[in-house]
Write a protein that binds this ligand. Structure first.
Ligand code: MEV
Length: 306
């Protein structure tokens, strides 16, 4: 491998966690999705070393290029950036849980690609290519939305053909994020939907409708109509459940949020566990309290924070 000359200094990079507001799974089939990078994310610290990759918060301690998924992912990322990973140590500080539907793998990939990119003067396009190489190890056929949101850190729409477009928000709004505690495998959930679509062609109409909801949500937010977005959440959750990616726990979290006064709630990301989101206005504390009462960890984030 031809490697790029590197600075000897320590470098850092940050990748945002993400929430998909509308259009997850549909985005895999070319439909639009609406997503936001959140404030919390992953910071990577890169220094000269011998190929160690560790993230104490995720109990991760592997070698770059070993047969673990993160080891393989970072190896491919380094190859895309033409850097020899065995000459680096990478330490990750994470503010988001792993495999919880908040884009931890993409946030990690963007953070590491940025930190390595800072050593080699990589462009933003190189960084995204490096992050995508890592995401392909984790999720096999990623649409690219997670890496795009992790690098942008703001609200936007995404399509596979057109990439990311920022959506200006007239006014920021609060979003409750609830963590189910059920880990999930995005690649397996995406294949499950593909199998359903092949065996039951009418499922494609539901997937198409999810993309329509993402367009409607984008219009609602462009007009500052957050309650309209919340109403779309309920419809989207129903469609996601219909294609088999919800779970009894996610359904319970959605119903608990609605019972606590949320205007709308849905699973976010691949499903099969992971996270839910709820728009609750002045009932947000009550939603978090009710989730906590049932043993679900939740927190509040602001969309449109900058
Ligand atoms: C995962 O965050 C979002 C999915 O649509 C998969 C993807 O877009 O790659 C389920």
């Amino acid at each position: 491998m031809r490697t790029t000359a590197m600075a000897e200094k320590d470098t850092t990079g940050f990748g945002h966690g993400k929430v998909i507001l509308l259009g997850e799974h549909a985005v895999v089939y070319g439909h639009p999705a609406l997503a936001a990078g959140i404030r919390a994310g992953v910071r990577a610290h890169v220094s000269p070393g011998s190929g160690n990759l560790s993230a104490p918060g995720w109990e991760l301690d592997v070698g770059i290029g070993d047969d673990s998924l993160p080891g393989q992912a970072v190896h491919n990322l380094c190859a895309a950036l033409r850097v020899d990973g065995h000459t680096l140590d990478i330490w990750l500080e994470s503010e988001i849980p792993a495999r919880a539907g908040l884009g931890s793998s993409a946030a990690m990939a963007v953070a590491v690609a940025r930190a390595i990119g800072a050593r080699t003067d990589a462009t933003e396009a190189d960084v995204l290519a490096g992050a995508t190489a890592a995401e392909m190890v984790f999720h096999r056929t990623p649409s690219g939305i997670d890496a795009a949101a992790a690098s942008r850190g703001r609200l936007g729409t995404f399509t596979k053909q057109g990439g990311w477009t920022d959506v200006p928000l007239p006014k920021s709004f609060d979003l409750c994020i609830g963590i189910s505690g059920e880990p999930h495998d995005t690649g397996a959930l995406v294949s499950g939907v593909a199998t359903l679509r092949a065996s039951t062609p009418v499922a494609d109409k539901l997937i198409h409708a999810m993309g329509e909801l993402a367009l409607a949500g984008t219009e609602a937010l462009s007009n500052g109509d957050v309650p309209a977005l919340a109403r779309l959440f309920g419809m989207a959750h129903g469609l996601l459940a219909a294609v088999g990616v919800s779970t009894p726990v996610l359904d319970d979290m959605v119903h608990t949020a609605r019972a606590a006064g949320a205007l709308g709630a849905k699973l976010t990301g691949a499903g099969g566990g992971g996270a839910v989101i709820a728009i609750a206005g002045d009932r947000a504390d009550e939603v978090l309290r009710k989730w906590r009462g049932k043993g679900y960890y939740g927190f509040l984030t602001t969309v449109g924070h900058d």
